[in-house]
Design a protein around this ligand. Structure first.
Ligand code: NAP
Length: 66
């Protein structure tokens, strides 16, 4: 499944890692782009914009402060 995770705090990073391990395609976006580095190394794609991230996923998970 093509999934998108926006917000890479501890929860967003953990959910993204689980999705990758389960074999799903994962596109991520985070305000602070550096937080995506470990996930990108594990196979995630870092989108340039939130809109690009949403467009890439059949399912989008938001994991934000509020
Ligand atoms: N951690 C837990 O154990 C836990 C358990 C249950 C539920 N939750 C809930 O899960 C959600 C995420 O938790 P977390 O611990 O992963 O959160 P976190 O570390 O506070 O991260 C929050 C995320 O929101 C982003 N963000 C905050 N303000 C923003 C803004 N104005 N514009 C764009 N992005 C913004 C942060 O981006 P930056 O990286 O750029 O700051 C980060 O990606 C929260 O709603 C929390 O209540 C957390």
């Amino acid at each position: 499944m093509n999934t998108t995770v926006i917000g890479l705090g501890p929860m967003g990073r953990a959910m993204s890692a689980v999705l990758l391990r389960a074999g799903h395609a994962v596109t991520v976006w985070n305000r602070t782009g550096g937080r995506a580095a470990e996930l990108v190394a594990a196979g995630a794609v870092l989108a340039d914009t939130p809109g690009d991230a949403v467009a890439a996923g059949d399912l989008t998970i938001l994991s934000l402060t509020d």
